[in-house]
Design a protein around this ligand. Sequence first.
Ligand code: UT7
Length: 327
Amino acid sequence: MNQAIITAVSGYVPEEILSNQDLEKMMETNDEWITSRTGIKERRVMPEGQAVTHIGIQTVKDILAKSNTDPASIDLVICATCTGDYSLPDCANSICYQSGLSKAFGFDVNAACSGFVFSLHTAAQFIKTGAYKKIIVIGAEKLTSFMNYEDRTTSIIFGDGGGGVLLEAAEMEGYGVIDAELAGDGSGKDMLRIDAGGSLNPLTPENIGERRHYVSQDGKKIFKRAVSGMSTSMSAVMKRNGLVNDDLAWVVPHQANLRIISSVANQLDFPMDRVMVNIEKYGNTSAGTIPLCLWEYESQLKKGDNVMLTAFGGGFTWGSLYLKWAY
Ligand code: UT7
């Protein structure tokens, strides 16, 4: 059976910065509260006319250039997002077309903040079975389009951005995506959602007036479930693969809240200096956070490093994925 190894990483964030100080001018909040409750100092905002597909195209182009890969050799693009450009069509096929991936097809995956982990695990199955050889997995969001800047408990967290990886078939025993534990609990559906704008509640002047077309959440409940979901799935994968903390070079957690990340590390007794964190710069970019971390920490990753990705998101969805870095 083939191994599914990551051979390139890329990330993309728009230039415009929305700092805590900017938010102070928009709502009743302050830098001290946001920093101490979330760890976030600033987040990025995509300009009008650009959205998830734009992030995907930049990611694909950079990955192709970095890895010197022929665009026609890419078989598939999976785009994890819950804020796609349109409800219909998806982003992945537009990304293929606009990036010149002449032989690729694509599809989007909506597993909210767990989307990248779910998509990477899916892509690895296609490669391990021999169905495909080269897959680009993207996690990207334009969350600022769905922020109610009158809701200070939600809007301060989220930002725009994302990235992706090239996953390739290789004969490298023991390397690449090794195992994952994915989970869901639909009883959490009301705790993090965009209520209006889907097929159940199409947009009307009334629900727009009530601001139901924006993200709303029950932060406290999500916080607790996120800590337990990420810790239990990570523990399960570690146990199944005979791993102890010292065996893991890096944990790459979804960047939802620095306190969630440190609570997970604390529960597992895992040292924070081997946990990737960049939430202070980008906030929560949902499916985008894990590729953004891999991109920023790429130079610190070494061939043979055991890496654990872990995420929790709306749905609820959660999971952890264990891989051995291959370059
Ligand atoms: O990727 C998954 C997506 N979502 C999450 O992961 C969210 C997880 N949850 C969280 O990150 C946290 O629950 C939040 C950051 C959303 C909120 O933090 P919290 O510590 O749970 O605050 P809270 O909502 O319980 O509010 C505490 C206090 C309240 O005031 P009182 O009632 O104690 O007087 C809020 O009104 O803080 C107040 N508050 C704020 N104050 C200043 C809430 N938001 C703000 C704000 N600035 N932005």
